[in-house]
Design a protein around this ligand. Sequence first.
Ligand code: NAD
Length: 302
Amino acid sequence: MSFEGQVAIVTGAGGGLGREHALALARRGAKVLVNDLGGAVDGSGGSVSAAQAVVDEIKALGGEAMANGASVTDWVAVQAMVQQAVDAWGRVDILVNNAGILRDKSFAKMYMDDFRLVVEVHLMGAVHCCKAVWPHMQAQNYGRIVMTTSSSGLYGNFGQSNYGAAKMAQVGLMQTLAIEGAKYGIHVNALAPTAATRMTEGLMSAEVLAALQPEAVVPAMLVLAHASAPTRTILCAGAGSFEAAHITLTEGIHIGLGEQAPELLAEQLAQVCDRRNEQVPQSGSAQGTLEVGKALAARAPT
Ligand code: NAD
């Protein structure tokens, strides 16, 4: 799987998964802009030295890379980062939105500032980067964007209401950008990784962490960033295992006009939630159309 001649931006690539992503893309021929704020796991502090160290590693392998120390929360700095790649290499083919922080607390103890900052980094950081690369990808009729979501967003985790909400928001961003990007050849996907990094150290046993090598996530990122990538896929990856997560819709029921009492719905809730014949609507409006279709079918003379 080659990335020869392509230009990639990987955010938060000064360590952990982002570093592995940047190295893997570079090894396969991409020119990589390595972004990292270089702060602590809670987002405090910062230095470009983390990004520069990964650039040095890529150059030592014979690859081409540039460092950037912008915070993805800074819209002006993110635009300058994308311009830095375009000025040097003429295009941006791949954006991997990987930068992230944690500020875990149970919701009862959560400070609003910690909630806001986590949303700002994960959601608005991804929004800024997508918005800045979008016109370039549209103009060249090609782009691959990889969001980094999380099982915390998809399925919840104690103490991660801020992080889970921000991570699931990236899935919502993916859904609409994939629809809007389709006619420009822009594919947008989400990666849900599990890996032993500074983010997960102390959260799992040493035995589990030993199995969760960050390199084991990289094939999933490469598949989502490649020319052959699908679009609107949520790919889970950890310890060499790969799964797809779907936001599905049950077949449900229809209750006729004039009969729509909550008691009747409550009685049939098990059938509404029955997962046999689930489907994945192609868009939000397609889901609405399905509902209207059921109503019309119920009204049609038999
Ligand atoms: P990590 O802390 O090693 O990597 C995150 C990187 O993002 C750090 O290098 C950090 O400096 C950088 N960063 C933080 N705020 C930034 C900002 N404002 N601007 C630019 N860079 C910033 O942790 P990781 O596990 O490698 O995490 C990478 C991504 O994967 C994150 O989005 C994380 O939420 C996600 N993720 C990780 C796991 C896991 O199991 N490790 C699970 C699910 C999701």
